[in-house]
Write a protein that binds this ligand. Structure first.
Ligand SMILES: Nc1ncnc2c1ncn2[C@@H]1O[C@H](COP(=O)(O)OP(=O)(O)OP(=O)(O)O)[C@@H](O)[C@H]1O
Length: 707
């Protein structure tokens, strides 16, 4: 034990250093404040972002120090700080390679470290120091790094917002955070293993090591808005601001979800086959000409959705065949300025084939088709106008005057097309229309309502909404419709915003269609996917990562596992494990309190819930109840009531589960109850109506005394 005055001396010394770091931070903030005043909006915006970055690292700016065997020292913090003209940083960004031993040095493998010091600050005041000495001869105390600081972090009251774990990141987590794998990295682990935390830290790490990601954009997808709000502060605290967060539904803004689908519909809409149905419905609208085998394969190959597009490509071919069977052999007639123009089946089918062969999405191909059709029509019109005036032998024909001049109707048609002929131009036998005139004719045809109607009949304009409503009978929209709308929009030709890296949290919940939607936004397929297959509750959710990912990325994915539960105490994990056959993460600590259950009647339920809520003091408390239960309590803001789905990814000091039997009735009810039970960091109570479900038989029954 170091003498008290020695501790104080050390605290004073670190305080001096930390104060100097804040001094440097303040100076940078002032510089950024000046930059914000710049007249150049781009420069001003850059400095505003820099200001926000500097503001977010105030708390715990510096949290560690490494003392190396060679006598050098490295202070570690949320961002790098430098002194003008000095190479050595004043503060090392936690993501820098030189900071890594702070997370990974062990007694067995000290990585050149003699002493690792954790620095706890309150505001700008150094409040505590916590040292570990790496004595080569000493026995390894265990797998946890900086155990005291870790346990202090884990037992602290929750605040309702997720904090970063940058000061206590464990070695197994650090390995994943710094994993530079360029494909899809799946982080699989049981509840509370830090998957969310690790994914966000990895994102911050990647943005640091690949600064181009900051301009290409990064996206974090989470299961609910509550969850996105819960994790919202983590990245700014790690020095990264430019991150877009969204739920899958939020990726298609403007669509309102007003319906819950039955289980079978959710499953059906989530399957990859739905993509084929959408493609077939869209392309089936086009009257595809016979003999388009070549065109079809060109289209399938041109599908931008990559491997997944093969399904759509095949479906398009099917649609083409159906359409071929239903072909109208008639010629198409168009009346334009009193002229009847006629396209033979071979001509208009040729135009369709030509457009289809381009391999473009539906709406873009439609424009090509329209151009082609109006080209044919304009040419026909031009030829006719020429012929009205003279035959090949130079004789005047009907509609023209005897001296070879244009009739009044001809002139009107030309005028409507914007072709202006001066009196001197209409002066005798010669070629009247040049290329520009024909182009004008084409434009006029394109703008003509009657012509448009005929073209639409052959190749109609479509909206994603109309397609999905037709194929799936949806309206109003459900959550499962969102990926379908996105799919239809993609087939039609809408391009989705692209990101350089995408994090998907609670990824087990995504259906195959939702994966297609997400991957459309990540063309480089660089992703961090975190989830737990034992927690899947969506009926269309994942049962295997391989099944979900292989169709999109082939072999460019791999799994990293987390095995330690930092959230749920051992007592709660012991009873929760009854619900899942999956391997359970080892809890790092005990709560010292056993979970309990109490039997209630429906009439008594609310009184019990209020009583438990009242008994709870300090930290976060939540009630987790099946949808429909405790409706009146949900209206109140005093007590947080969530469904298992809403509770996904969140945590609370104390959790009360209501009506577990009803939770178990859901399609993946055991997983839902497992999720609910593993949200607590300290205390878990269960109120059941009637006898306890078998799964909870092990939980100690108590009698509720009431408030
Ligand atoms: N190294 C660590 N230091 C301190 N706290 C940690 C550490 N790792 C995880 N935690 C804490 O453990 C809790 C669980 O982490 P997180 O929510 O990331 O887990 P998860 O695996 O995503 O959980 P779930 O799948 O159950 O939603 C959080 O409070 C997190 O801050």
């Amino acid at each position: 034990m170091p003498a008290e005055n020695q501790v104080e001396r050390e605290l004073a010394r670190e305080q001096e250093y930390v104060t100097s770091l804040y001094g440097r931070l303040d100076a940078l903030r002032e510089e950024a404040a000046r930059g914000r005043e710049s007249a150049d909006p781009e420069v001003a915006a850059r400095w505003r972002a820099e200001s926000a970055r500097l503001a977010a690292v105030e708390d715990g700016l510096c949290f560690g120090r490494l003392e190396m065997r060679d006598g050098s020292r490295r202070y570690i913090g949320r961002l790098g700080l430098f002194e003008d003209g000095v190479d050595e940083p004043l503060l090392l960004d936690w993501r820098a390679p030189a900071a890594q031993p702070f997370y990974t040095a062990t007694m067995a493998e000290a990585l050149g470290v003699r002493r690792r010091r954790r620095i706890t600050t309150r505001g700008r005041v150094v409040a505590a120091l916590d040292d570990e000495l790496f004595d080569p001869g000493a026995a390894d105390p265990g797998v946890l790094v900086g155990e005291a600081a870790l346990l202090a972090a884990l037992t602290a009251d929750r605040t309702g917002r997720m904090g970063d774990i940058v000061t206590t990141l464990q070695a197994e987590q650090d390995r994943i955070v710094r994993d530079g794998y360029a494909g899809v990295l799946v982080v699989q682990g049981g509840p509370g293993t830090g998957k969310t935390a690790v994914a966000l830290h990895r994102l911050a790490y990647l943005m640091y090591t690949r600064p181009r990601l900051r301009t290409r954009g990064v996206l974090v997808i989470g299961p609910s808005d509550i969850f996105l709000d819960y994790i919202g502060q983590v990245l700014p605290g790690l020095g990264e601001q430019a991150v877009v967060t969204a739920t899958v539904a939020g990726l298609r803004p403007g669509v309102e979800i007003r319906r819950v689908d039955p289980v079978e519909a959710t499953e059906g809409k989530g399957r990859a086959e739905a993509a084929g149905r959408i493609a077939a419905a869209v392309w089936g609208r086009v009257e595809v000409a016979a003999g388009t085998g070549q065109a079809r394969s060109a289209r399938a190959g041109g599908d931008r959705a990559g491997t997944a597009g093969v399904v759509a490509g095949e479906r398009r071919a099917e649609a083409a065949e159906q359409a071929t069977a239903a072909i109208r052999p008639e010629a198409v007639e168009v009346v334009f300025e009193q002229q009847v123009l006629r396209l033979e089946p071979a001509e208009w089918r040729g135009a369709i084939e030509f457009a289809v062969r381009k391999g473009l999405p539906y709406q873009q191909a439609r424009l090509v088709f329209q151009q082609r059709m109006t080209e044919l029509l304009a040419q026909q019109l031009a030829d006719r106008l020429e012929n009205v005036v003279f035959t090949e032998t130079g004789e005047a024909l009907d509609g023209g005057t005897a001296d070879g001049r244009l009739s009044a109707a001809d002139l009107r048609a030309l005028e409507a097309a914007g072709v202006v002929l001066g009196p001197e131009q209409d002066d005798g036998p010669r070629r009247l229309l040049d290329e520009a005139d024909v182009a004008d004719l084409r434009k006029a045809l394109l703008a003509d309502v009657a012509v448009g109607r005929v073209l639409d009949g052959l190749w109609p304009s479509l909206t994603a909404e109309a397609v999905v409503a037709e194929v799936f009978g949806s309206t109003p929209w459900s959550a499962a419709d969102i990926p379908l709308l996105d799919e239809a929009a993609a087939v039609l030709g809408e391009s989705a915003p692209a990101f350089g890296h995408v994090v998907v949290d609670e990824a087990q919940e995504l259906s195959a269609m939702a994966w297609r939607m997400v991957l459309r936004r990540c063309p480089g397929k660089s992703m961090t996917v975190v989830g737990d297959l034992a927690q899947t509750s969506d009926p269309a959710g994942a049962a295997s990562w391989e099944e979900v990912l292989r169709p999109h990325v082939a072999d460019r994915w791999r799994v990293a596992e987390l095995s330690v539960n930092y959230r749920t105490p051992a007592e709660i994990m012991a009873v929760a494990s009854e619900l899942s056959a999956a391997p359970h993460p080892r809890s790092v600590r005990k709560a010292g309190e056993s979970p309990w259950r109490v039997r209630s009647t429906v009439a008594e339920l609310e009184r019990i819930v209020r009583g438990v809520a009242e008994e709870h003091n300090g930290g976060q408390f939540a009630v987790i109840a099946p949808p429909g239960r405790l409706a009146s309590l949900r209206e109140e803001s005093a007590i947080t009531v969530l469904t298992p789905a809403e509770a996904k990814g969140l945590e609370f000091d104390s959790v009360l589960i209501v009506d577990p039997a009803r939770i178990l009735e859901a399609p993946r009810g055991r997983n839902d109850l497992y999720v609910a039970m593993t949200r607590a960091t300290r205390r878990l109570g269960i109120v059941h109506l009637g006898p306890a479900p078998d799964e909870l038989a092990q939980v100690k029954e108590v009698r509720f005394r009431g408030p």
